[in-house]
Design a protein around this ligand. Structure first.
Ligand code: IVH
Length: 674
């Protein structure tokens, strides 16, 4: 049992702290299962430091107040380079008075994680108590909840008699989005931000609730210890990392304040790339003896400061609203802004999702607007600045252009559509967008044809519509800049290979509005070939899973357009697949069964799993309903899993799907009927 506990703790550390698992989930679960069984046989050998006991604790009736062994301090803020320099000078002055004439500073720069600070107390290597920061002197005992966090070790090998570790509890941006979606699906209120969600979860009375929340930790300090000394902070962080604690790998030790500032700026740039929210960077003096000499003023240590990021909203002038054209001629507005720095990045443009969005926000060119960069990379225009809306005279509202900005054709707006569109099928921008979509990896997947190459082919008038691709020759390509003989022949052969893509992919590549990957698969499956689809009425199309009456009418309308017919005819003549191949699926082992998919599967991509299900006669639905037969779920499932549970739809994994595909009906649902 001891061996098993160690093994499980080791693999949990690889998975939760290092993000680098050595074994699969199944193998890990098997180890835990084995330990649970042994503990059931020998209840006397079960102990609170066993990995099986993370969630086992009883709810507490209230959170007990506890005193920290040493106060948990907060940090003074700096916002600019001169402020950092002033801080360093203050430290030098203080140390001079202490009799240290020329201190040599080295600095550690860490992310300032936007979560909540906690303290973990280990006695003889066992987690004894975990507490919130509280007012810095007194915190609340939340041991029962902290124990449920897999990234926090319950046992520390080689620990001194007393060890305090401090860190920040947080929820990753990705987990936060999924958590809020689950809350919403379950009819519960959603959280404001990851910080609130983490703080609320840690202060729960019932650890079973905290265990359901995707909490993690970044450790950033060794607090009180008895029997362990370090010379430097960086050394202490390295010790923590080597003893099972989760310490960020991008924490750097730097020789000068200049380098420290550059590193803070680097964190600001990286802010959008990382999977957790940070509201700044922390600069700490590395030498612990100097730290001790510097001490604290009030609640703030002299030896560290928080470099706070510039706010991620800004006010700027909306210069104008311009319009992009999509592959079906739909016009999308975007904002041209007077350049402004938001969250450390200069913004000149921002999306405005569609006409309704523009109308709702009541934006007027020439006025000041509020620009926001939230968790996402693409900035948004939130609203006009408050002071401008009170003006009695405001500039006119922007309206969709009367003529396509790319080809000059008069635009139209169909009743019921949210988009104004360019009706010209020969519009160069529409064509460019369609070509881009056609060759993309989820459509015809033509290797070696990116946006740049497509633009070049269009420019040289070699390719204007997708069928032109299939008439290209290697000689024509070789005449273009950047194409050698090898790359030209390679491209021709990948264009050739795309002729073998299944019907569903071809349907998707046509760029019919409202026909995404799942719908094209279902259409291909339902109609089997293009002629049946072209001859079908809107009512018939509406029988397709996930296609409503309105969408069916839109699909019907687009299929009737002469340009669409020409596109289909020419692609068919080029030899693309316009019929489902393979055995008629009604005979397959999954005939009559419907599946929805969620999460990342261990082996297959979702695409591959869908193709397998369909080849075996099953249907793949884009969403789940009470009539869905199975939910195939992988790692990090989305909200569908909650809905499946509510609707009592059985949830299966990839292995079970494979069994079903082999016709092994018995294992999935009892004896076959006939
Ligand atoms: S050091 C004396 N390091 O920021 C040292 N704090 O404003 C004080 N925080 O309460 C803490 N990331 O919640 C430190 N890498 C980091 C941090 C960090 C986030 C939070 C922590 C603290 C607050 C101080």
């Amino acid at each position: 049992m001891l061996q098993l506990r160690r093994l499980i703790a080791y693999h949990a550390h690889r998975y939760y702290a290092l993000d680098d698992p050595e074994i699969g989930d199944d193998a890990y679960d098997a180890l835990v299962e084995e330990l649970k069984q042994l503990e059931a046989l020998h209840p006397d050998l079960r102990s609170t430091d066993s990995p099986t006991q993370r969630v086992g604790a009883e709810p507490v009736s209230e959170l007990e107040k506890v005193e920290h062994l040493e106060p948990m301090l907060s940090l003074a803020n700096v916002h600019s380079e001169p402020e950092v320099k002033a801080w360093v000078q203050r430290m030098e002055g203080h140390l001079r008075r202490e009799g240290i004439a020329e201190p040599r500073f080295r600095f550690v720069v860490e992310p300032k994680v936007d979560g909540l600070a906690i303290s973990l107390l280990y006695r003889d290597g066992l987690l004894e108590r975990g507490a919130t920061r509280g007012n810095g002197v007194m915190g609340e005992d939340v041991t029962h909840n902290l124990r449920t966090i897999e990234a926090i070790p319950l046992v520390v090998d080689g620990a001194p008699a007393l060890l305090e570790v401090r860190g920040e509890i947080y929820i990753s941006t990705h987990d936060f989005a999924a958590l809020n979606e689950r809350q919403a699906q379950a009819g519960l209120s959603t959280f404001m931000n990851p910080r609130n969600a983490a703080a609320g979860s840690i202060r729960q009375l019932d650890p079973a609730l905290a265990a359901q929340r995707p909490l993690s930790i970044w450790c950033y300090q060794v607090g009180v210890t008895d029997g362990l000394t370090f010379q430097t902070h960086f050394e202490a962080l390295t010790w923590l990392r080597c003893h099972g604690f989760r310490v960020n790998d991008d924490i750097r030790l730097l020789d000068t304040e200049q380098e420290a500032i550059a590193q803070c700026e680097e964190w600001e740039r990286r802010r959008r790339e990382i999977d957790f929210e940070i509201d700044g960077a922390v600069i700490k003096v590395d030498d612990l003896e100097l730290q001790r000499r510097l001490g604290a003023v009030g609640r703030e240590p002299r030896w560290a400061v928080a470099w706070k990021f510039a706010p991620s909203t800004a006010v700027t002038t909306l210069i104008g609203v311009h319009w992009n054209v999509g592959k079906s001629g739909d016009l999308h507005p975007y904002a041209e802004l007077a350049p402004v720095t938001v969250g450390g990045v200069v913004i000149r443009q921002a999306t405005l999702h569609n006409e309704e969005d523009l109308e709702r926000k009541d934006l007027r060119p020439g006025e000041e607007v509020i620009v926001l960069r939230a968790g996402e990379v693409i900035p948004q225009v939130v609203s006009p600045a408050p002071h401008v809306v009170e003006r009695s005279e405001r500039p006119a509202k922007p309206v969709p252009p009367a003529r396509c900005p790319f080809c000059g054709t008069p635009t139209i707006k169909m009743p019921g559509s949210v988009f104004t569109r360019c009706p010209n099928v020969a519009c160069p921008e529409r064509r460019r967008q369609l070509l881009k979509h056609f060759v993309s990896s989820t459509a015809m997947d033509i290797d070696g044809l990116g946006e740049k190459q497509v633009a070049m082919l269009q420019q040289h008038r070699l390719v204007e519509t997708p069928p032109d691709l299939y008439a290209l020759t290697a000689e024509q390509l070789m005449a273009l800049e950047g194409f050698g003989e090898v790359s030209s022949r390679k491209l021709i052969s990948s264009i050739e290979a795309s002729k073998r893509r299944p019907f569903a992919r071809v349907l998707f590549a046509l760029g019919i509005e409202e026909v995404g990957e799942v719908t094209s698969r279902n259409l291909a499956l339902g109609f089997r070939d293009i002629d049946s689809l072209l001859n079908a009425g809107a009512d018939e199309i509406a029988q397709t899973p996930g296609v409503g009456r309105k969408t069916a009418a839109m699909i019907r309308h687009q299929l009737d357009e002469p340009s669409m017919r020409e596109l289909i005819d020419r692609l068919r003549a080029a030899g693309l697949q316009f019929a489902e191949g393979g055995p008629p699926p009604r005979d397959g082992p999954l005939a009559g069964r419907s599946f929805a998919l969620t999460g990342t599967l261990p082996i297959w991509s979702r695409e591959q799993a869908s193709e397998q299900i369909q080849a075996a006669g099953g249907r793949v639905l884009s969403d789940i309903s009470a009539k869905t037969d199975y939910l195939l779920a992988g790692d990090r499932p989305g909200s569908k899993i909650d809905r499946a549970q509510r609707l009592k739809v059985p949830v299966i994994d990839e292995r079970q799907l494979r069994e079903m595909l082999q016709g092994d009906r018995q294992s999935a649902e009892g004896p076959a009927e006939s």
